[in-house]
Design a protein around this ligand. Structure first.
Ligand code: WTA
Length: 664
């Protein structure tokens, strides 16, 4: 990622350290650095024994495993692979007959502020009933089902019901377009879609089912036999007879008893599509046993979840954070969690703070983008300031998705955490399945803007292009030297791409994260500096530059060529900037604005509104070397609005640089 020089400076000079309070050290599950080092030492001494112990202690197995790690087909690692279990049984059934049975599992707050609660018992009944409905439609172990749902209890029910039957779900974020949905249905070969008629966001009713219809109508979706529609609102939506059923219709007469189907630990729990550096999003395939183990362990380690905690992860179930820290981790840990349907700025920008007060939230986990936008809102509107709410219930704060700048960190620490809540800056990825590098609340001294240290049993290194380790204090590529239980298993349907992308030979068979990082000389703390590939991070959402370029050039009546780069943005971290060559003369003034709008709408249709370029520049050509290669370095400089100081002598057509600096 291209951080601005001033941002880099402010991180480099960061020397504030915030040790955990004595109280937190005493009460925490991992107590003090001694506690942390003891776990690390256990993993160092007997790597497999460490993970095997945790898997036996923390998961319920219907058939115990005897083999911990099978590396015989590396990098296709297998964990606990002669064992059998069920993910939903580990999240729900296991709590029956314990004090958790009648505890609140989910506090759901709808967009309009209405609140619904379900206990673990009630959630198990609902999941079982819906699983029976799926079963009655012939959906079974090994099938793939696409989930296109709003943030609701039913969204979690849909995922858990799939898991209960050994059905592999693939959740698609509600902000993705019909085209994106269709591509994922085809790639996964899904037999059904679980969706809602509408979703509510910021007081507006937005169609979901109609988008599913559009996706299926695009063709190639013949595998789809059923569409299940949760009636989120009372508005009607088109239904296709024979194929579509409402939740109520599907569940009518179904029993609330549905035995969980035991699956092999390696059975794919889900596929989640994410952007890479080439055009097509890749289906990241996760396992059942290893994934669930680390989902739970990180709830216990990173968030120190205790019986009375009220946990709130604000991520949507359409992203990996919503999988691990909404749909699975909190339930596996027996926690009470908040699920929120709406947006942080509706009805006003104090919504998060008011909800923390209302539900006495104790552990709050959100993204730097949300924090930055709420800082801005609080600065311009007193009523939206966190000090208007009683936040005294909070004990731990979390951050995820992108680097958090020290300024935002300090604001979060002071104004939300009242200077007593540790900020757990969690670095991980869709592919890692769960947290990899972050401080622990009762152990690690915090440094703003640093993810601190790897979790026990995780072995990162910082290497050069040939896989050799860099000295501390020198930046390089982040890799992991050993596998871990919740790691990606393969790219769905494309094992070759999996190998090439994540375990390239050049880096000695280590897992390549795609991020740059530097390890501090004095304390070994790791600071992640951002992507080193063509992946952008916009508001904590991953976007591939090639993906957006392909979308732009697919507008064949208008676009001849396009190049997309990121530029730093105060609010969204990075912003998308597109350089476009049209099949007509370079437009100016209103015409340029009109065409820019047309292109943004097009990208929203092709991928989804999150992929809309913020800046669009038109030119007769792109800056290319004489051999025809686009000079992206120059485009990045132009995108930042900076003067070109680089050598442009190899450039075929230097005059177009001026033209491309006009923003529309
Ligand atoms: C970035 C989200 C710095 C990183 C869980 C990574 C971060 C990508 C952090 C994965 C963090 C995530 N500090 N950078 N705490 N967390 N990233 O797959 O570039 O949506 O590779 O997973 O986000 O994004 P993904």
């Amino acid at each position: 990622m291209s951080a601005s020089p001033s941002a880099i400076q402010s991180i480099l000079t960061e020397n504030r350290v915030f040790p955990p309070s004595q109280e937190m050290v005493k009460a925490a599950r991992v107590s003090g650095m001694e506690g942390y080092h003891a776990l690390c030492a256990e993993a160092d001494k007997d790597f497999e024994g460490f993970w095997a112990r945790l898997a036996r202690e923390h998961l319920v197995w219907s058939k115990p495993f005897t083999r911990t790690l099978d590396s015989s087909e590396a990098p296709f690692y297998k964990w606990f692979d002669d064992g059998e279990l069920n993910a939903s049984a580990n999240c729900l059934d296991r709590h029956m007959g314990t004090p958790v049975e009648h505890k609140t599992a989910i506090i759901f707050e709808a967009d309009d502020g209405s609140v619904t609660k379900v206990t673990y018992r009630e959630l198990l009944d609902r999941v079982s009933q819906f699983a029976n409905a799926l079963k009655a439609h012939g959906i079974q172990k090994g099938d793939r089902v696409l989930v296109y749902m709003p943030m609701t209890i039913e969204g979690v029910v849909a995922m858990q019901a799939c898991a209960r039957l050994g059905v592999t779900h693939s959740v698609v974020f509600g902000g993705f377009s019909a085209k994106s949905l269709q591509e994922r249905i085809v790639d996964a070969g899904a037999v059904a879609v679980i969706t809602a008629n509408y979703q509510m966001r910021g007081g507006k009713e937005m169609a979901l089912k109609a988008i599913v219809d559009d996706a299926i109508a695009m063709g190639g979706c013949e595998t789809i036999r059923n569409v299940f529609v949760y009636e989120r609102t009372s508005s009607a939506c088109p239904m296709t007879a024979g194929r579509d059923k409402t939740f109520a219709q599907a569940m009518a007469g179904q029993s609330t008893d549905c035995p969980p189907v035991p699956v092999n630990a390696e059975h794919p729990l889900y596929i989640l599509y994410t952007s890479g550096s080439t055009g097509k999003p890749k289906g990241v395939q996760h396992s059942t046993g290893g994934y669930l183990l680390q989902s739970k362990m990180t709830m216990l380690w990173s968030f120190d979840i205790q019986p009375d905690d009220v946990f709130w992860c604000t991520a949507d179930i359409g992203w990996v954070t919503g999988h691990t820290y909404v749909a699975y981790g909190p339930l596996a840990a027996g926690a009470t969690e908040i699920v929120f349907e709406g947006i942080p700025t509706y009805p006003d920008a104090g919504r998060f703070w008011q909800m923390i007060e209302r539900h006495k939230c104790t552990v709050f986990y959100t993204a730097p983008t949300a924090i930055r936008s709420l800082i801005k809102a609080a600065e311009s509107n007193e009523a939206a300031h966190p000090k208007q709410s009683d936040l005294s219930s909070l004990r731990i704060l979390g951050s995820v998705g992108e680097p958090i700048n020290p300024e935002a960190w300090m604001w979060y620490y002071r104004n939300v955490g009242n200077e007593h809540c540790p900020i757990i800056d969690t670095y991980w990825q869709t592919e890692t399945g769960s947290h990899m590098i972050n401080p622990l609340p009762g152990a690690t001294p915090l440094v703003p803007g640093s993810c601190a240290l790897p979790l026990p049993g995780i072995y990162p290194a910082i290497v050069d292009e040939t896989g050799n380790e860099m000295p501390d204090g020198t930046g390089g590529m982040l890799v992991y030297k050993k596998p871990w239980p919740s790691m990606i298993r393969t790219i769905w349907g494309d094992p070759e791409r999996f190998k090439k992308t994540y375990f390239p030979e050049e880096v000695k068979g280590y897992y390549l994260a795609g991020d740059g990082a530097v390890r501090a000389k004095d304390n070994g703390y790791i600071r992640v500096t951002g992507r080193i590939d063509d992946v952008l991070n916009v508001s904590g959402h991953r976007m591939g530059t090639m993906e957006i370029e392909s979308a732009l050039v697919a507008k064949t009546d208008l676009v001849a060529e396009a190049a997309v780069v990121g530029r730093p943005d105060d609010l969204t971290g990075e912003a998308i900037c597109a350089f476009v060559v049209l099949k007509r003369p370079v437009p100016v003034g209103d015409e340029a604005k009109q065409i820019a709008k047309e292109l943004r709408d097009w990208v929203a249709k092709e991928i989804g509104p999150i992929a809309k370029p913020k800046d669009i520049r038109f030119g007769e050509n792109l800056p290319k070397t004489r051999s025809g290669k686009i000079m992206r370095r120059l485009l990045r400089t132009l995108a930042k609005g900076e003067k070109i100081t680089q050598d442009t002598s190899t450039l075929e057509n230097p005059a177009i640089l001026d033209q491309l600096s006009q923003n529309n």
